[in-house]
Design a binder for this molecule. Structure first.
Ligand SMILES: [Fe+2]
Ligand SMILES: [Fe+2]
Length: 599
């Protein structure tokens, strides 16, 4: 019986033997007898001795030049008859000796008796320590599967099983087969004969294949692939026991090293895609995760933004428009035209940004950017669907489908030049160019500035805030108000992505800062005129939804400037970027009756 303490499993084999000697000494002794032909193969040629075990029998062990020693059962108490010595002991002492107990102690206690040439018995110190079941199988020596399965209950270190509780049935089919159930219960292992019907997993194979697995002739992975091993139920539990068996035999070292290496890597990579609680503003409240809800100076990563998207998903089809329908019906025709214009410009805008985002997705410079943009594509279409529902179910548009409704609004209402400058000449144009040159980073940067910084950040955001504030304050269109708040929440996430992307790009390629500034200067003075209501002619000063243009321009400029500071970009003053004077007091002034800032 092997008694060596293998590297990485210090004391495992000895501990197993000690446990077995204590509880089932006969099982331990029989196991050692089974492995004796292999274990004694390392003794000097010509040596023969007797082993007499109380109540079990007597054996002659002889080295006679063959590959392994010959072990034959003899009658106890016979003359030595040429054998060098005889050892007489009991099963338990034998197991204890194998587990490293000092033989002299056993002799003093009279539990070990030696007849014959004691000096020759010293050769037993050379018993091979590699005579496990694999070695026996390789030598073609007989193997008793029952002994081996029952010994597993001792070979598996109880502490390996802490935290686990399951039962596995093993069945060897064919000649000399059998069935056993190994039970693991949080620090204890036991084995009984027979396959439990309600085991968590069952492993079945031919005994002949089991032997091939032991000799190494058959690889465990191949055995599964070829259907030679049949595994039902809890694969993880069965795998664990398989690993513990290997570990008990001292052959699991490389796997344990691999496990430790991968566990370190797992710990290091835990929390990817925002999967860990990161405390960086995963709020479901409308707000700006890209700016206001995190540690100063910290920006969310693409992965965290992705996780936020998963948490903040919402359902456009569940919004309740019943009060909205009533409000719309009660609204006079003239007022309806104004509302239709405001809401309609967002409706068409949402569809446009959906269609024009696709080229960005195709040109994404990294997988993380691609993943985020894919979430945004879904968002934008959801926004368009939200508006489409409102246009059909509340505003009762005559056209019958989404594209017909879009066309009607665009052709009849969106006649102002700035709207077309933004969506046709700027956004569609850059999307088309990105589609043609997906590898051009400068173009992609100009695209993100156009899309996320200008269209979403400067132009859509104040308009959203104003409409949400107006409908909320005046208790009108509650279904729309709720949906638009959710749209706003998404938009903040989109803008946060844009800031993250531009910051990363500028850190790596500082020359991109100028690209950003140039693009802002090119677009903003004209595009910001989308705020001007259709009936107004002076883009420098006007009122809209209770807000003065200077407040709107001021709010938009401040938001842009704050984001550009995060990116590390200095932008020109508001007089260069905004179509009119600015007032930085914000959009929270709710009274129409206030002194307008001089134009
Ligand atoms: Fe949107
Ligand atoms: Fe958006």
């Amino acid at each position: 019986m092997a008694t060596k303490d293998r590297a990485g499993d210090e004391g495992t084999m000895n501990a197993a033997l000690r446990r077995m000697a204590e509880s089932e000494p006969e099982l331990a002794a029989r196991l050692m007898l089974q492995s004796l032909p292999a274990a004694a193969a390392s003794l000097p040629n010509g040596l023969s001795y007797r082993l007499e075990l109380d109540e079990l029998g007597a054996w002659r062990v002889a080295r006679n030049g063959r590959r392994h020693a010959e072990v034959t059962e003899v009658s106890p108490g016979e003359d030595l008859n040429g054998d060098a010595f005889a050892i007489q002991t009991d099963a338990r002492t034998l197991a204890e000796l194998a587990a490293g107990r000092n033989p002299l102690t056993a002799m003093f206690r009279g539990r070990l008796r030696l007849r014959g040439k004691a000096r020759k018995a010293l050769a037993l110190r050379n018993l091979s320590q590699d005579a496990g079941p694999r070695e026996l199988a390789r030598m073609g020596l007989p193997l008793d599967a029952d002994l081996l399965y029952r010994s597993l209950a001792y070979a598996i270190e109880p502490e390996w099983t802490l935290g686990y509780s399951f039962r596995i049935a093993y069945e060897l089919l064919g000649d000399q087969g059998g069935a056993w159930t190994i039970s693991v219960d949080d620090g204890s292992v036991s084995c009984v004969r027979g396959a439990a019907d309600d085991a968590d997993a069952s492993v079945r194979m031919r005994r002949s294949d089991w032997l091939k697995l032991l000799t190494g002739e058959l690889d465990p992975t191949d055995a599964t692939r070829l259907g030679l091993t049949e595994l039902e139920g809890d694969v993880f539990a069965a795998t664990l026991v398989g690993r513990w068996i290997d570990r008990a035999e001292g052959v699991d070292g490389p796997e344990l090293d691999r496990e430790a290496r991968q566990a370190r890597r797992q710990a290091k990579l835990a929390g990817s895609w925002g999967s860990a609680v990161n405390g960086s503003g995963a709020s479901s409240e409308p707000g700006d995760p890209g700016e206001s809800k995190r540690q100063p100076g910290g920006l969310m990563s693409y992965e965290q933004l992705y996780a936020l998207w998963e948490r903040q998903n919402w359902r456009a089809h569940e919004l309740d428009f019943s009060a909205d329908r009533e409000h719309w019906l009660a609204t006079p025709s003239d007022a309806q035209v104004d509302t239709l214009h405001s809401f309609g410009s967002f409706y068409v805008g949402e569809e446009r940004v959906t269609a024009d985002l696709a080229p960005f997705l195709l040109a994404a410079p990294s997988g993380e950017v691609e993943a985020f943009l894919a979430t945004q594509l879904v968002d934008e279409m959801r926004h368009a669907v939200f508006f489409d529902r409102f246009m059909a179910e509340v505003m009762a548009l005559e056209a019958d489908d989404l594209r017909s409704r879009l066309r009607k609004i665009e052709e009849e209402l969106l006649t102002q030049r700035p709207w077309h400058f933004l969506f046709d000449d700027s956004l569609r144009d850059i999307a088309d160019r990105i589609k043609a040159q997906p590898d051009d980073l400068k173009l992609f940067v100009e695209g993100i500035v156009t899309y996320h910084m200008v269209t979403e950040g400067v132009l859509a955001m104040p308009g959203q805030r104003i409409l949400i504030q107006y409908t909320g304050d005046h208790k009108i269109y509650p279904g729309f108000n709720k949906g638009f708040r959710l749209v706003e929440q998404d938009e903040h996430r989109h803008i946060a992505f844009g800031v993250r992307f531009l910051k990363d790009v500028c850190e790596e390629r500082p020359e991109m800062k100028q690209v950003i500034v140039d693009r802002l200067c090119e677009l903003l003075p004209e595009a910001a005129k989308v705020f001007v209501p259709p009936q107004e002619t002076n883009s420098r000063a006007y009122w809209s939804y209770g807000q003065h243009s200077s407040q709107v321009y001021g709010f938009a400029y401040q938001a842009l400037n704050r984001r550009m500071k995060m990116i590390g970009v200095e932008i020109p003053g508001p007089e260069e970027l905004m179509p009119g004077p600015v007032d930085f007091s914000g959009l929270d002034e709710r009274s129409r009756i206030r002194e307008p800032t001089p134009a």
